[in-house]
Design a protein around this ligand. Sequence first.
Ligand code: NIG
Ligand code: FE
Length: 393
Amino acid sequence: MTTTVITGIGELVTNDPARREQGGLLGLLPDAAVVVERSRIAWVGPGAEAPDADVRVDAGGRAVIPGFVDSHSHLVFAGDRSAEFEARMTGEPYTAGGIRTTVARTRAATDEQLTSHVARLVAEMRGQGTTTVEIKSGYGLSVHDEARSLAVARQFTDETTFLGAHVVPDGTTPEDYVALVTGPMLAAAAPHARWIDVFCEDGAFDVDEARAILLAGTDSGLRGRLHANQLTYGGGVQLACELGLAAVDHCTFLSGDDVSALESSGTIATLLPGVEFSTRQPYPDARGLIDAGVRVALASDCNPGSCFTSSMALCIALAVREMRMSPAEALHAATAMGAAALDRDDVGVLAPGNAADLVLLDAPSYVHLAYRPGVPLVAGVWQAGRPVVGTPS
Ligand code: NIG
Ligand code: FE
């Protein structure tokens, strides 16, 4: 059996709660080593105590972090909306309606075109340190196109999400469309999906429609997550808390009652600062949420409309600069909390038994992720123990 020891790690971010007393929120370990056996982590500890292994890799004093867990993306689509972005940057507002442009292009694409496009985006993410990604449907909006979108996504991740309720497509009424989503579309989508999601917002679905769709999904064995309070105040966040969903995403416009509901429910607030960057909206109040005891994750929301970045490092930099998260809170939110938002305890934390998903940074400290915005700092990536990006030997 091949084992690999990574030595010379100047700063190891473990996220291991058992290391918090000494290593803080990130469970930091200086001068560390990690042993990988097949797809799992076999050992973590001080470099001086590292056991021998078949293969040795020297990190040369650089930092190693857990692979990013990007718990929110919409990668299955075709077409380009850069003109919409350009118009926004000269004053046009973002609206949910732009989704329909992408629906038309996605329906017209072949399965092969969709698959190769997702492959390109997943490779782009991996090259930037993302080792777990959730992928939603939501640009098909017909029984056939939602099911095939999820079948495409499933080739790349187990974390697939049925988002038939993204917007009501042209040519139908909200009532008829909710009946389709909760009936034949759900039946066709469920075999390819782990999660169900709804865009709960003005111009998309209201709280009652969202509740009916989420409950139909959970009756079919899917778990719920929700887009809420992105563009306006509303009841979406409280619905997510009431239903005990794993995560509610965006959380840009929150009332005091929303914050209290999040704090007492344990539902994770997933913030997507790339969206506010790309739509010129106000950023969510991450500092207020964390200080109130809410669990916060960060994700990219990579999609062609509101935010076309695949960079978790950019999200971390924005979270630190614009939302007043500390660099440690932001990295933790982009790894361990992303995993929690997907109900996963085998990724996002570097501890024995967990997935060997590691990123070697070309930097002495994780702080460089926010300190050097826009700079490609990923020197190596191991995914399930396999070196998948430029790993040194
Ligand atoms: O998460 N909010 C809804 N869905 C996406 C945007 C989709 C689009 O504009 O194409 C989001 O921001
Ligand atoms: Fe989204």
